[in-house]
Design a protein around this ligand. Structure first.
Ligand code: IMP
Ligand code: MG
Length: 193
């Protein structure tokens, strides 16, 4: 029997178990690299929140967390210039900062954020991203910690949204056919498990 059109629209799938295993590994690596220190994990709202919540619990160190909220200027955010809607709640001077991102796509957003954060003179500054859509990269990004390389597919779940929804999916689902997806996203993503 042939799959329904909705099922054919699904591309890559990262299961909750696969994600959990990878997050555990990244957390252990961060704990080794920052031994004796108290790194400050800076997450970019809203997409990175689910990843951050799991990641901090995988790091056996007294980590700190803070949040930033941004919006992209211009058409589809392609200018690379972002506006800070909510800034960090404290200075990062002399802190060991790890910028936590859900996904690096063109790299424009993270490049802008790194410049902004670097100007505040942290002791160190690294990037940790769960997903790397490297084929779409416009600017090279120094990615110290990475979860998964993914193909050029729009992904939802585990923090990533489509029109504000599907962040609470436990797995990550790639969309192969945006037209089918847009016509009935609920059919494509399936149950919330
Ligand atoms: P860029 O690296 O500046 O192109 O933008 C990265 C941001 O775009 C991420 O932080 C996400 O908010 C968003 N984004 C990029 N690709 C996807 C995707 O496949 N699904 C959901 N959001 C995405
Ligand atoms: Mg984001």
């Amino acid at each position: 029997m042939e799959d329904a059109p909705a099922a054919n629209a699904v591309g890559i799938v990262l299961s909750a178990d696969e994600i959990a295993q990878r997050v555990t590994d990244i957390g252990a690596k961060i704990a080794r690299d920052y031994q004796g220190r108290s790194p400050l994990l800076v997450a970019v709202l809203k997409g990175s929140v689910v990843f951050l919540a799991d990641l901090v619990r995988a790091i056996d160190l007294p980590v700190q967390v803070d949040f930033m909220s941004i919006s992209s200027y211009g058409e589809g955010g392609r200018s690379g210039v972002v506006r800070i809607l909510k800034d960090l709640s404290a200075s990062i001077e002399n802190e060991d900062v790890i910028l936590v991102e859900d996904i690096i796509d063109t790299g424009l957003t993270v490049t802008y954020l790194l410049a902004t954060l670097r100007a505040r003179q942290p002791h160190s500054l690294e990037v940790c991203a769960l997903l790397d859509k490297s084929v779409r990269r416009i600017i090279e990004v120094p990615l110290k910690y990475k979860g998964f390389d993914i193909p050029d597919e729009f992904v939802v779940g585990y923090g990533l949204d489509y029109q504000g929804r599907y962040r609470n999916l436990r797995s990550i689902i790639g969309v192969k056919d945006m037209e089918t997806f847009a016509a009935g996203p609920d059919e494509v993503v399936g149950p919330y498990s």
